[in-house]
Every structure is written in C-alpha cells, then in structure tokens.
Design a protein around this ligand. Structure first.
Ligand code: ADP
Length: 211
C-alpha cells in the first residue's frame, strides 16, 4: 500500500510519516529531506535546488520528478510520500511512474489544520538532522536542551523555517498544492488535526486506513 501525506507546511506530515514508518513498517519518501541531503552533500541537484528552497518556492518539476523516479527504481511499494506530489503535474507524473512499476497511490491522508497554527509551529520548530524527527521550542521540547531524544544529535533550525520564508511557503502551498485535495477526492481521507495530540491524530489515521 502506498500513501501520500498531504497538508500545509507544519501540519504534521513528517511526524505522522515517522509514526507510520516506525509502527507500521512503511518507508518514508520525503522530497524535502532528499533535497536537504543533496544540499549538504553539495551534489548537482542540491546546488540547483538550494535557491528555490531558500525562497520558499517549489523546485522545478523536472528535477523533482527525476529524483523521485530514481528512488522508485529501488522501492515502489509500502511508501509514505511526504511533500511529493506538490502540484497537479507532479501528481499526474507520480501516477504514471507507479503504474510503470505496476503499483499505485492507494490513499491520500489530508491533515486539515487552521492556518493560524502553522506559522507559530514552524518558526518554533527544531529538527534532528540525523533521524529527521521534529520538536517544538516551547511545546514539545527534547529531554536535554537542543539534543535529539533518540540519537543525541544536536538539533537544528531549518534555513527555511524563518518568518520571511514561511509566508511564501504557505502561499506556494495554497496556490499549487491545495488543488490536490480535489484531484485526489476519490482516495482522500481527511483528518481533522486541530486541537489534537500527535498520538490522537495517528489513531485517526490508522482508523481511516483500517490498519
Ligand atoms: P514543508 O512541508 O515543511 O514545507 P519540506 O521539507 O517538505 O517542508 O520541503 C521544503 C522545501 O523543499 C519546499 O519548500 C520546496 O522548496 C522543496 N520541495 C520539497 N518537496 C518538493 C516538491 N515535491 N516539489 C518541489 N519542491 C519541493
């Protein structure tokens, strides 16, 4: 079964993807994480993607689709797609790429959350560069200040998690990614994510998938 996590930046896609991977054996495909890995390794893709990411814009489809295609050559089932597709063109491309591997995208989990919560969450986010888990500077602090609970790596603030960039990212999401809600209406599972703990949301996701 392949699943897409759909939702605004800061809606909890990464956290829920991590739960699905560690508790239900899925594998995580986060295009944002793949881009950040390419940036830190200074690959050609990384150098190319950096300018778009720092501006809160989408990396052009050609580069993004190619990166996903390469990933799917090794693995095309039991995946959690996180941050891809992010526009209709990518969604059409993904259906084709999966069909070429005799697979499909089975369900789309849409984490529905009020815009007002997102900015506060993103600008207070700390991430572990090793395991990619995220924390909140005030509400979900690590046990030891600035250190990941799971692997003791010093936590970081993402370059694009600053206020000037966040508004552009939300605008990009509203203009380009939100239309996917309608595109995927037949496989969509909408999860109300307001005022709920990550564990409650996870339970709702499992119920909606019947797993
Ligand atoms: P968030 O969901 O918090 O915005 P991500 O880690 O998914 O963060 O993405 C960070 C950035 O990486 C995006 O703002 C964008 O520039 C780039 N990116 C990630 N996925 C895609 C994609 N599918 N298409 C184009 N650009 C992408």
């Amino acid at each position: 079964m392949n699943i897409l996590m759909l939702g605004a930046p800061g809606s909890g896609k990464g956290t829920q993807s991590e739960f699905l991977c560690s508790k239900k054996g899925f594998k995580h495909l986060s295009t944002g994480d793949l881009f950040r890995k390419n940036i830190s390794e200074e690959t050609k893709v990384g150098l190319w993607a950096k300018d778009f990411i720092i501006k809160g814009l989408l990396v052009p489809d050609e580069v993004t689709n190619k990166m996903v295609e390469e990933f799917l050559e090794n693995d095309s089932d039991n995946l959690i797609f996180d941050g891809y597709p992010r526009n209709i063109e990518q969604a059409v491309e993904l259906d084709k790429m999966l069909a070429n591997n005799s697979k499909k995208l089975d369900y789309v989990i849409y984490l529905d959350i009020d815009d007002s919560i997102l900015v506060e969450r993103i600008i207070n986010r700390l991430v572990c560069p090793t395991c990619k888990r995220s924390y909140h500077k005030l509400n979900r602090k690590p046990k030891v200040e600035n250190i990941c609970d799971f692997d003791e790596t010093p936590l970081e603030v993402r370059d694009d998690d600053v206020l000037e960039k966040v508004n552009q990212r939300l605008q990009t999401y509203n203009e380009q990614t939100k239309p996917l809600i309608d595109f995927y209406k037949n496989r969509l599972k909408k999860i109300d994510s307001n005022n709920k703990s990550p564990n409650e949301i996870f339970k709702n996701i499992l119920d909606s998938l019947g797993i």
